[in-house]
Write a protein that binds this ligand. Structure first.
Ligand code: MIC
Ligand code: SF4
Length: 748
């Protein structure tokens, strides 16, 4: 069956019209008189109404309205989908070419080079879109989350996307959730999507933003408060009078970066700031429908009156008192208000001089963001002040790019020293061809991006990456140093002195968005003529071979490959940057497995006794030996990339045992047939010694809620028994037994 790619008013109306009845039934079933917004959206997308709905424990089956994928993750998602035997995607789905463009000299040249260098991958993605009825956004069209916000997101909808910042669409009232490619493949194949019923954090926004404070500061503050694991298996729902003081795109910034809390997603209620955004992006009818059905698109009024009755946790923020924040280095939860930053820079010895300032990205490239930053730049230009270090701008979409060109912001940014990059991820994902700093040199960079793990942007582990709002990046960039506080300091450069005024900028372009070729290609009318070719000799694409099913026996005395210490994000397990070129080739990308992880025994990065981890794993694989990795807290935080689960599976991981997991990664491991297990007593992590052999026992009776046992056999033959927990449900245990979720689907 064919479906449209667009979000049509008819689809939206159908959903809204069905909500009244469903919500009445669910209120009866749950005995609740009032519901939060997240509950309303989840309940109206249930695959069937007879499911258990216990927050934090029940797995629920949902029917998403759409799927979005970006080029770096779409390759694996689509390689899996192609094995499902379906001839057409079951729900409207799109692919966005944004991650593979390298930032070198500027938009036009960089995009041309990317089209040439990645031609094989783009051709593959486009042909799959043509064959299976997906929409295709060409390289240069924009970053997935901006393009989705401008075109497809709508209040009250449910979307999954193969990128952790998919929650960006929560700025438009959509429940949008980041997943691995296997989940996307299932939904495109017509299966329901499963998620643990999240707990709810209610964020009560009071007061009104003013001055230098912007939407970004709400989420930077929350990152400091809740930490990178504070949102795991939770939805962050915003409410209260402060909500209306934030523009629709500003709300998107906040929900986008909710990914940094590890949250399942974040969402804002439908309000009057969303209406002009829907209208200016040519969705008047959807705006009218949302106004008509507004009661379903926000929490019931009692929720705001007594939030603690409805949310598992409530946080209050007074926007009138919120200060701009700066976070970093190396983690987005190392937060402080700007007034405390200068002292900390001194105390910790961070290089004060900036080596680069970067604005834009999927998080912060709205018309409002760019306009406010331009306001600051203009004041500097009037005094002859320009950036003294590289200043890079990544617009979020071609629509934004054309509009800021037409309205003059780009000319100002250029005059102040900007290199305008392609509408793509660029330096945010390590696609930054940086020649100004030698690898290994300690230096500070400041961006308006969302993620700042070590080594991410420029592959240099000695780069300290700090994050702030575009306003703060602009001001500190012009000062050339981190310790400048534009709220109180005067800037003195070349005999000129300036005290910046509060940044201002229109939320939306007065003349509407500029039009032009926005880079969209609909699928072929006749898909029967389309062939999808994968060259068996390709180094970038490889058809998937099914993983072997479980042989029915416990794992006995298999090697410990690696004990990882401290932060082990997906960027540490499967780094991006130069490795992005192998995202469609499982064998080749597996050569990056754990190369960023810290070996707990030796402190080496990515090595075991001097040898790269993937080499050691390949030796085990060649001897048909499975192995185990032990990890710390919040293991697998960050990206949705399932390569961080597939490469270990491919090279022989039987189990990953940690103190705790990040949500998307835990699911990715389960889907690929790897045992994702956690210590009952987190301190047992310390018992794991170099050279240990590991047994995982009890698999014959592997069942939901039942512990497994791990036996460590140390090199001196002494043994220690350790209790392990897991969160597998019955269906997920079948994935393990079949060797992967995909195997199970194919066997059915
Ligand atoms: C990221 O911001 O880390 C990425 C790159 O967008 C990832 C996706 C990927 O690794 O391809 C994400 O956020 O999921
Ligand atoms: Fe791209 Fe960075 Fe956004 Fe990820 S966070 S989608 S890499 S711009």
């Amino acid at each position: 069956m064919k479906n449209t790619i667009e979000t049509t008013p008819e689809q939206v109306e159908k959903l809204y019209a069905s909500m009244a009845d469903k919500l009445v039934q669910l209120k009866k079933k749950t005995g609740k008189k009032s519901l939060t917004l997240a509950e309303k959206i989840i309940f109206s997308h249930l695959d069937n109404l007879d499911q258990e709905l216990n927050r934090g424990s029940s797995f629920v089956l949902l029917r998403p309205d759409r799927v979005a994928m970006q080029d770096a993750t779409a390759q694996m998602a689509l390689l899996q989908f192609m094995q499902s035997g379906r001839s057409h995607t079951a729900v409207p789905s799109t692919v966005h070419c944004d991650h593979l463009i390298q930032a070198r000299v500027g938009a036009a040249k960089d995009t041309d080079v990317a089209v040439h260098v990645n031609q094989e991958v783009y051709d593959f993605l486009q042909s799959v879109c043509n064959k299976y009825g997906l929409g295709f956004w060409k390289p240069g069209a924009g970053i997935i989350h901006q393009v989705v916000l401008e075109n497809y997101a709508f209040p009250g909808g449910l979307m999954i996307g193969t990128d952790s910042h998919t929650p960006n669409a929560g700025g438009l009232g959509m429940l949008a959730i980041g997943v691995g490619g296997s989940d996307a493949s299932d939904v495109m194949a017509g299966l329901p999507w499963e998620v643990k019923m999240p707990k709810l954090i209610g964020v009560h926004l009071k007061g009104k933003m003013n001055g230098w404070t912007s939407a970004k500061d709400v989420i930077l503050y929350l990152c400091g408060l809740l930490t990178t694991k504070g949102g795991t298996d939770k939805i962050v729902e915003y409410f209260g009078p402060g909500v209306e003081s934030i523009s629709c795109t500003g709300k998107g910034t906040i929900t986008n970066m909710g990914a940094e809390l590890g949250a399942t997603t974040s969402v804002f209620p439908f309000d009057k700031r969303m209406v002009p955004y829907l209208k200016i992006t040519k969705r008047e009818k959807i705006a009218t429908l949302a106004e008509r059905y507004a009661e379903f698109l926000r929490a019931d009024s009692d929720v705001e009156k007594s939030p603690e009755k409805y949310y598992d946790q409530v946080v209050e923020i007074d926007l009138s008192k919120l200060e701009p924040h700066v976070v970093g280095p190396h983690s987005p939860d190392v937060a402080r208000p700007i007034s405390k930053f200068a002292a900390e820079i001194k105390e910790k010895g961070y290089p004060d001089k900036l080596s680069a300032a970067l604005i834009g990205s999927c998080t912060n490239s709205s018309y409002e963001d760019i306009s406010r930053a331009t306001h600051i730049a203009k004041e500097a230009l009037d005094k002859g002040i320009k950036m003294s270090q590289p200043f890079l701008v990544s617009p979020g979409s071609e629509q934004i790019h054309l509009t800021i060109k037409r309205d003059g912001q780009m000319a100002v940014l250029n005059s102040v020293g900007a290199t305008v990059l392609a509408n793509a991820c660029g330096p945010c994902i390590g696609q930054w061809k940086r020649d100004d700093i030698k690898e290994g040199t300690k230096n500070s960079i400041l961006s308006s991006f969302n993620r700042n793990f070590r080594g991410r942007n420029d592959s240099n582990p000695e780069t300290l990456s700090f994050l702030a709002s575009p306003d703060i990046v602009m001001a500190l960039g012009l000062a050339g140093r981190l310790s400048f506080n534009p709220l109180k300091d005067e800037l003195k450069v070349n005999g000129s002195t300036i005290k910046f005024s509060d940044p201002e900028g229109p939320e939306l372009p007065e003349k509407g968005y500029a039009t032009g070729d926005l880079g969209y290609l609909p699928p072929a009318e006749d898909s029967s003529k389309v062939t999808v070719a994968v060259n068996p000799k390709s180094e970038r694409l490889q058809l998937l071979e099914p993983f072997k099913p479980w042989d029915g026996a416990d794992f006995v005395k298999i090697p410990l490959l690696l004990k990882a210490k401290g932060k082990c994000t997906t960027d540490h397990i499967s780094p991006a940057g130069p490795w992005l070129r192998f995202r469609g080739h499982l064998d080749n990308i597996s050569n990056n497995m754990f190369v960023g992880a810290t070996n707990a025994f030796s402190g080496e990065i990515g090595k075991i006794n001097g040898k790269p981890v993937p080499e050691v794993a390949r030796e085990y694989k060649s001897k048909n030996l499975r192995w185990v990795v032990v990890g710390d807290e919040n293991y697998g935080e960050g990206s949705s990339r399932e390569h961080a689960a597939m490469s270990p599976r491919f090279l022989g991981a039987a189990a990953i045992v940690t103190k705790s997991f990040a949500r998307i990664h835990e699911t990715n491991l389960k889907k690929q047939g790897v045992l994702a297990l956690t210590f009952v007593n987190p301190t047992d992590y310390d018992k794991v010694k170099e050279g240990d052999k590991i047994s995982i026992l009890g698999l014959k009776n592997f069942s939901p809620g039942k512990e497994l046992e791990m036996v460590l056999t140390h090199e001196d033959n002494s043994e220690e028994k350790i209790r392990l927990k897991h969160s597998f449900n019955s269906e997920q245990i079948q994935w393990f037994k079949a060797g992967s979720a995909l195997n199970l689907m194919k066997n059915k």
